[in-house]
Design a binder for this molecule. Structure first.
Ligand code: BES
Ligand code: ZN
Length: 456
C-alpha cells in the first residue's frame, strides 16, 4: 500500500482545494429555489469522477433532486463494495452566527469551515480521493466499487426508495459503506453499528377564523397557542418517558452486554454537557446519557409557532398554532406506526375548543449492524491502520434512511465508517471538518478497499 498511501500524502493540499470548490455550491435540498444549485452540485461531483477510470459515471434524475452514480468493475472474483453518501446540505440559518460565510469555505486551526464540509461532502470526497489514489498509482481498484451519492438525504430521502427499486440491479453489492457519521472523539477511529430511525410530524391547531382582540374575546374561547402548548406538555411524564400509548410496545430493552459495551467507552459527560452549553443533563430515568441518545426512542418538538412575535406587545387571541414534532426510533419501531400513534394521541388529548390536524412529513427506519459478520473486524483493521489507534464500536442517535433500506433490500452488512467529530456543528452554524481526519479518512478508505479482498 506504500504507493497508494504516499500518493495520498503527496496530494494532500490539492485534495483540500478540490473539496473547497465543491463546498462553494450552495446545495440546500430543502429550498426549492436551490434546485438549479442541486443539479450543478451533482454535475460537479460527476465531473470530478470522470477521468478516474470508471466504467460509468451517471447523474440519475429523480422526482426530486438528482443522485450521482459511478462504478468500477475490473476486479473479477473480488467482492463489490457499494459506497453511499449524500451531496445535499442543511440550510444555513442563523446566518449571522457564522464566523465566515457558509459557502466561502475557510481554513482555520487545522479545520475546514463551511456548510456541508463534514455532512457530507467532505466524507464523500474521502472516497473519491481514495479511488483516485488507486487509479492514479495502479490504474485499478483492488475490489469492485459502486458509488451512489443522493441529493435528498437531509429532507428524508423521499425519492430514494423509488430510485433504488428502479436501479436495484445497479446497486447490487457484497458490502455497503457509508461515511456520514462522527468518530467517538479526537483520534478515536469509530465504526458506528447502530443508527436511530425517525418519524417527523407537523401538527396544526386551529381556533377562531382570524386573530381576535384578546380583551373582547379572551376568556371566552380556547386560545390555540395555549392548547398546543398544553398538548405538547402532556407528551412526557415526570420520568422523561413518552406518554403516547403504544410508543414503547416494540422497543426491546438493552441487553446487559449492550449496556456494558456502551459503558466501556471513555465518555466524558461533563465535557459533553459543556460542549452543548446547556445547564444540565436531562432525559429518561434509568438510562445513561449515551443510552438515551443512542439507543432509546425520543419525542421532541423541533419548532412551534403561532400568534404574535413582533416587537413590543399586541393583544390577541391567535387564530392558529403549529408545531413540528419528531421521534427518534430504535430497532423494531416503525416510522409510520409511530407517526400514527402520536397523531391519534394528539387528537385524543386535544381540548374541544380547537381543531387539530396532523400530517406525517417523512421518516426513516433504525439500523443495527450484524457485528458478528467478519467484515466488521476487517473494517476495524483498516481504520486502525490509518489512525494508528484502536477502533471502537459506537452507535449514533442520528438517522440515515438509506442504510436500513439497503440492508433490508440486499441482506448485506453496512459499515458506517465516519470521520466527523461530535462537536463538528453539523446542521448548525460554523460546521467544520478536521483536515487531519480528512487525510486519515482517505487512507482509511484506501485500506478498507484493499482489506476487503480478505473477506469472503
Ligand atoms: N449525517 C447525518 C446523520 C447523523 C446524524 C449521523 C447525527 C450521526 C449523528 C445525516 O445527514 C442527517 O442529518 N440525517 C437526518 C435524517 C433525517 C432527515 C431523515 C437526521 O438524522 O436528522
Ligand atoms: Zn445531516
Amino acid at each position: 500500500m506504500k504507493d497508494v498511501i504516499s500518493y495520498i500524502d503527496q496530494h494532500r493540499q490539492r485534495f483540500v482545494d478540490e473539496l473547497i470548490e465543491w463546498v462553494k455550491i450552495p446545495a440546500i435540498s430543502s429550498d426549492p429555489e436551490r434546485a438549479p444549485d442541486m443539479a450543478r452540485n451533482a454535475e460537479h461531483l460527476a465531473e470530478s469522477l470522470r477521468g478516474l477510470g470508471a466504467d460509468r459515471v451517471e447523474v440519475w434524475p429523480t422526482a426530486g433532486h438528482p443522485a450521482v452514480f459511478a462504478e468500477w468493475l475490473h476486479a473479477p472474483g473480488a467482492p463489490t463494495l457499494l459506497v453511499y453518501g449524500h451531496h445535499d446540505v442543511q440550510p444555513v440559518d442563523p446566518l449571522d452566527e457564522w464566523v465566515t460565510p457558509p459557502f466561502e469555505p475557510a481554513i482555520r486551526d487545522g479545520r475546514l469551515w463551511g456548510r456541508g464540509v463534514v455532512d457530507d461532502k467532505g466524507q464523500v470526497y474521502i472516497h473519491v480521493k481514495a479511488i483516485e489514489a488507486f487509479i492514479k498509482t495502479r490504474k485499478r481498484l483492488p475490489i469492485n466499487l459502486k458509488l451512489i451519492v443522493e441529493g435528498e438525504e437531509e429532507i428524508g430521502s423521499e425519492h430514494l426508495d423509488a430510485l433504488m427499486r428502479e436501479k436495484s440491479a445497479d446497486l447490487r453489492a457484497d458490502f455497503v459503506c457509508v461515511s456520514d457519521t462522527a468518530m467517538f472523539g479526537r483520534n478515536i477511529p469509530s465504526l458506528c453499528v447502530g443508527l436511530r430511525g425517525l418519524a417527523y410530524l407537523e401538527v396544526r391547531v386551529d381556533g377562531p377564523k382570524n386573530d381576535l382582540h384578546s380583551g373582547s374575546f379572551g376568556g371566552g374561547l380556547l386560545n390555540p397557542v395555549n392548547a398546543l402548548a398544553a398538548m405538547i406538555a402532556k407528551l412526557h411524564d415526570e420520568n422523561g418517558r413518552v406518554t403516547v400509548p403504544g410508543f414503547y410496545d416494540r422497543v426491546h430493552e438493552l441487553t446487559a452486554s449492550e449496556r456494558a459495551e456502551i459503558k466501556s467507552l471513555p465518555f466524558d459527560e461533563p465535557e459533553w454537557l459543556a460542549s452543548t452549553g446547556s445547564p444540565a443533563i436531562h432525559g429518561e430515568k434509568g438510562y445513561s446519557t449515551l443510552e438515551r441518545v443512542w439507543a432509546r426512542p425520543t419525542l421532541d418538538c423541533n419548532g412551534i409557532v403561532g400568534g404574535f412575535h413582533g416587537v413590543g406587545a399586541k393583544t390577541i387571541i391567535p387564530a392558529r398554532a403549529m408545531a413540528k414534532i419528531s421521534c427518534r426510533l430504535v430497532p423494531h419501531q416503525e416510522p409510520e406506526e409511530i407517526a400514527r400513534l402520536v397523531g391519534e394521541h394528539l387528537k385524543k388529548i386535544a381540548p374541544p375548543g380547537v381543531r387539530v390536524t396532523v400530517e406525517y412529513l417523512h421518516g426513516g427506519r433504525p439500523y443495527l449492524a450484524p457485528t458478528d459478520h467478519p467484515v466488521f473486524e476487517v473494517a476495524k483493521r483498516a481504520f486502525t491502520k490509518a489512525f494508528g489507534q484502536p477502533t471502537v464500536f459506537i452507535r449514533e442517535g442520528g438517522s440515515i434512511p438509506f442504510v436500513r433500506t439497503i440492508a433490508d433490500a440486499t441482506g448485506k452488512p453496512c459499515l458506517l465508517m465516519g470521520f466527523g467529530q461530535p462537536d463538528e456543528n453539523a446542521h448548525a452554524p460554523n460546521e467544520w471538518l478536521d483536515l487531519e481526519n480528512y487525510q486519515l479518512g482517505i487512507k482509511s478508505a484506501a485500506y478498507l478497499y484493499e482489506e476487503l479482498l480478505s473477506v469472503r
